[in-house]
Design a protein around this ligand. Structure first.
Ligand code: APR
Length: 225
């Protein structure tokens, strides 16, 4: 059985990482246009680097939870394509062999001048030089609002080719990810949503499992023969 899974911030919530739209979410404390847009980076690169330095530190201190581990185990038993909107590395640290980071990753730095990528230092600043071209143009390798998500060709192919599509811990507020269930469903996949509560796209799913991911995901993975 070919399975495609999309994860969102909710799968890392029980690892202690803030989600975006909860009452204590990241977008309650920061304006998206200030810390998650190209314009915000041009306006105040130091603020943006500090925002991602804090998130990089938080992600490094966090541990994968049972949901991350269950998906890593699933990859050993089924043809699984794992897509995440998350920029933490908890899927990799749980043992998932191939993670598609459609919104980028805190683990890499990107040179806005020459396009070079390298392992992100713990703390980045406007004075961080690119190791390839030496320009002081380092930015977090994060897809900001208004930018194109990464790996979309591979993602559309996985959605069109899978028998089962699961979305875990995402509110369905941000496209194109919010449209993945509809697309996979149109191509014949069975769609299941694992979330604490209803999302903006719950109607696009055939099945729903409600509860915290660290409890629901291991049970769901175990139910897949
Ligand atoms: N278990 C399962 N689901 C959970 C848990 C949990 N323990 N805690 C929260 N959730 C659910 C919430 O109910 C919500 O539906 O996870 C979802 C988190 O939603 P958001 O905070 O909007 O995060 P996400 O959907 O990943 O955001 C998508 O928006 O801001 C951009 O680029 C950012 O990748 C992000 C994108």
């Amino acid at each position: 059985m070919r399975i495609t899974v999309l994860t969102g911030a909710g799968i890392s919530a029980e690892s202690g990482l803030a989600t975006f739209r909860a009452s204590d979410g990241l977008w309650e404390e920061h304006r998206i246009e200030d810390v998650a847009s190209p314009e915000g980076f041009v306006r105040d690169p130091d603020l943006v680097h500090r925002f991602y330095n804090d998130r990089r530190k938080g992600a490094a201190a966090a541990q994968p939870n049972a949901a991350h581990r269950a998906l890593a185990e699933l990859a050993g038993r089924h043809d699984l394509t794992l897509i995440t909107q998350n920029v933490d590395d908890l899927h990799e640290r749980a043992g998932s062999p191939d993670v598609i980071h459609m919104h980028g990753s805190l683990s890499t730095a990107l040179c806005a001048s020459c396009g070079h990528r390298w392992p992100a230092p713990a703390e980045m600043s406007p004075q961080t030089p690119c190791p390839s071209c030496a320009a002081l143009a380092a930015r977090p390798d994060i897809v900001w609002f208004g930018e194109m998500p990464y790996h979309m060709e591979r993602i559309w192919a996985a959605l069109e080719d899978c028998d089962l599509f699961a979305a875990i811990g995402t509110s369905g507020n941000v496209y194109p990810a919010a449209g993945f269930a509809q697309h996979a469903g149109r191509m014949g996949a069975n769609c299941i949503e694992l979330n604490l509560q209803n999302s903006a796209t719950s109607r696009d799913f055939d099945h729903h499992i409600r509860g915290p991911a660290s409890e629901t995901v291991p049970g769901w993975v175990a139910s897949l023969s």
